[in-house]
Design a binder for this molecule. Structure first.
Ligand SMILES: [Zn+2]
Length: 276
């Protein structure tokens, strides 16, 4: 499912910029933290915006993505600044035949040396969603890594370091949360940023969930609709965590939605879920 067919390269750059600015506005992207990528199956003419081309090796072979274009944030770039000058912070990566190398298209004004240090996780999730578990016929996919304060704080507390507990605590604060995240938030134990272990656990968790919490680090969210939809998922999860932190800080006076109330919401909105 996609809305991508009539969008131009500049539309994509603008939407990535708007998502980046919003992630900063909700305190999910301090300094240069966080990164964004989208993957497009249909050809995109990158040359008007990204005239410089260099060959790069890919972190894993992705042969079925040959010809696909990824638009990726650069290492060390600030998500909040993408909107003002997208080509300074983004590049286009076109996968070569065979899927082990790619052509990296950049602009003369780029302010980074390499793609994001989390590129291995971005590429692996795109590949898995578009080619493996996704059934192979998708033509658009967006991935965001962000570091929202409240979610990340909760991931430091031992009793929240469990997918069941995390979700029964967090999905009880607003009716929208279960509607938008019916599979809940996946939880991953701490792994070193950019590592192979984080990449492979993350791919598996994002098969089941639309947002995954990386312990003591941040989140990754995906969408096959738009990059803004992926940002919304970060925001829904982070808002739930803000309620939870508020409740903890006040000595837990609030009950949240009851199990019966959440089940009634799910029945009314035809939401299939296994959390409550
Ligand atoms: Zn990070």
């Amino acid at each position: 499912m996609t809305l991508a067919l009539n969008l131009t390269l500049d539309d994509y750059l603008e939407m990535i910029g708007e998502a980046g600015r919003h992630l900063a506005a909700i305190e999910a992207s301090e300094g240069a933290a966080g990164n964004i990528s989208i993957c497009l199956r249909q050809p995109v003419d990158l040359r008007p915006r990204f005239p410089l081309v260099a060959e790069i090796a890919l972190p894993q072979p992705v042969p079925e993505l040959a010809g696909a274009t990824l638009i990726v944030s650069g290492s060390g770039r600030r998500l909040r600044e993408i909107l003002d000058a997208p080509t300074a912070s983004l590049c286009g990566v076109v996968i070569n035949p065979g899927g082990t190398t790619a052509r990296c298209h950049t602009a003369p004004e780029r302010r980074f040396e390499r793609v994001t240090s989390e590129f291995n996780s971005h590429l692996a999730v795109h590949y898995d969603q578009l080619c493996a578990s996704g059934g192979g016929d998708g033509d658009f996919h967006a991935v965001i890594h962000a570091q929202p304060v409240h979610l990340t704080y909760l991931s430091h507390i031992p009793r929240y370091q469990d997918t069941t507990t995390l979700n029964t605590r967090l999905l009880r604060w607003q009716p929208e949360t279960i509607v938008n995240l019916p599979e809940g938030i996946g939880f991953l134990p701490f792994e070193v940023p950019g590592s192979q272990a984080l990449m492979s656990r993350n791919v598996a968790a994002l098969r089941r969930h639309r947002v995954v919490l990386w312990a003591k680090h941040g989140v990754m969210a995906r969408s096959d609709i738009s990059v803004k939809r992926a940002a919304d998922r970060v925001e829904y999860a982070e808002t739930a965590a803000r309620y939870e932190c508020l409740n903890l800080s006040l000595g837990e006076p609030a009950e949240g939605l009851s199990v019966a109330e959440i089940r009634a919401i799910c029945a009314a909105f035809n939401i299939q879920q296994e959390i409550f």
